[in-house]
Design a protein around this ligand. Structure first.
Ligand SMILES: Cc1cc2nc3c(=O)[nH]c(=O)nc-3n(C[C@H](O)[C@H](O)[C@H](O)COP(=O)(O)OP(=O)(O)OC[C@H]3O[C@@H](n4cnc5c(N)ncnc54)[C@H](O)[C@@H]3O)c2cc1C
Ligand code: FES
Length: 353
């Protein structure tokens, strides 16, 4: 039973499971109905993810991120697709316990693995459950854009192909714009860098979006780089399990905004939701800490540089970052930083969420 009576966090929303779809033997989709008053808070861009609160007898709850496989342009309801991870807790819990009518607590959509230009020609690379954000991007591009879309999709075997029927329908409907190349490890073995380079050589000028296990993403990266693709046009999404609990109440760290014993604080102008906020930014505090201390509704989930929820852009000034390994060169080139990892270097900064 997964009934949530009241949200555990002021930032979370309780959604109702409207449908459960068995996609393959080890992956199922959960379709969520969103209460009318929360629709605005759960608006999302193609490629973004939700963070779900999963009950745990041992720890009370754990938080896990799941990409939205639905498209904000073509799907009325929100859909995430969960694939069982060997030995994993959250994915098995969701696949074994969730039923239609249950309630689940989620944090608002987040992440920077989103479409840069709906009209561009793009190349999409997915393996296994990495298809989920890619599917949202694919459907959005086909529905809204004018460009050509190539999808390379690798799986263990035919039975492991998530969204096989939906992809067949899209390929028939958009036969002049969509090319899908399926790769089955059971038939073709693991793709080598050479094979991938041969395959993707016609797409190296295109912006690329990649999601899958790390060895797969590394191989695609290397084959695209070998073929001369620009790193600034390669976008990746990394699937990891969060280690912290973003649903727990935030223990406010005492931030002394007028501390005199350390270096003089910086000042920052933050633009968010069409509003501008001026703040003092102590050198030892992260931007998320500072914004929380001002009761601003800053987006965050893990606060450990693992999820990308807090990504924002530096318009002016310089920051130093703790753990920012999830940002890829394309994000960094566009000025993205992680607010939960950023501390000021310049005296004056301007940042946009
Ligand atoms: C932005 C983002 C989007 C994502 N989107 C999706 C998606 O669309 N679909 C999807 O299926 N997943 C997605 N994920 C991954 C998802 O969040 C989970 O990481 C995944 O479901 C595994 O969670 P789990 O609780 O089942 O596994 P966990 O319990 O976290 O375990 C993960 C692995 O670690 C091992 N392990 C666990 N505890 C220990 C320990 N103490 N010591 C050693 N090893 C241990 C387990 O055996 C297992 O192999 C996404 C992740 C991110 C960050
Ligand atoms: S909150 Fe997860 S990366 Fe910052």
């Amino acid at each position: 039973m997964t009934l949530v009576e009241a949200p555990h966090s002021t930032r979370s929303v309780v959604v109702t499971v409207a449908a459960v779809i068995e996609e393959t033997t080890d992956a199922r989709s959960l379709v969520f109905d969103v209460p009318a008053e929360s629709r605005e808070r759960l608006k999302y861009k193609p490629g973004q993810f939700l963070t779900l609160r999963i009950p745990s007898e041992r720890e009370g709850s754990v938080a896990r991120c799941y990409s939205l496989a639905s498209s904000p342009f073509t799907d009325e309801l929100l859909k995430v697709t969960v694939k069982r991870t060997d030995g994993g807790f959250g994915s098995h819990w969701l696949c074994d316990n969730v039923a239609v009518g249950d309630s689940i607590e989620v944090l608002p959509p987040a992440g920077v693995f989103t479409v840069v230009d709906l009209d561009e020609d793009v190349a999409l690379f997915a393996a296994g459950s990495g298809i989920t954000p890619v599917m949202s991007i694919l459907k959005s591009l086909l529905d809204q854009g004018k460009g050509k879309v190539a999808l390379f999709y690798a799986n263990r075997d035919e039975n492991a192909v998530i969204f096989a029927a939906e992809l067949r329908e899209l390929a028939a409907k958009y036969d002049d714009r969509l090319t899908i190349v399926h790769w089955l490890e059971s038939v073709q073995g693991r793709p080598t860098i050479g094979q991938l380079a041969t395959l993707s050589q016609h797409w190296t000028d295109r912006r690329a979006y990649i999601c899958g296990p790390k060895p797969f993403m590394d191989a695609i990266h290397e084959s695209l780089a070998n073929a001369g693709a620009s790193r600034s046009k390669i976008h990746t999404e990394i699937f990891v399990s969060l280690t912290g609990d973003p649903f727990a109440p935030v223990v406010e760290e005492l931030i002394s905004l007028d501390a005199t014993d350390g270096p003089a604080p910086a000042s920052v102008e933050v633009e968010m939701d069409g509003e501008s906020h001026e703040m003092i930014w102590p050198r030892s505090a992260t931007l998320v800490d500072v914004m929380l201390s001002k009761n601003l509704d800053v987006p965050y989930s893990c606060r450990e540089g693992e999820c990308g929820s807090c990504a924002c852009r530096v318009l002016d000034g310089e920051v130093e970052m703790g753990n920012s390994s999830i940002l890829d060169p394309a994000d960094i080139e566009e000025g993205y930083i992680l607010a939960c990892q950023a501390r000021p270097v310049s005296d004056r900064l301007k940042i946009e969420f």
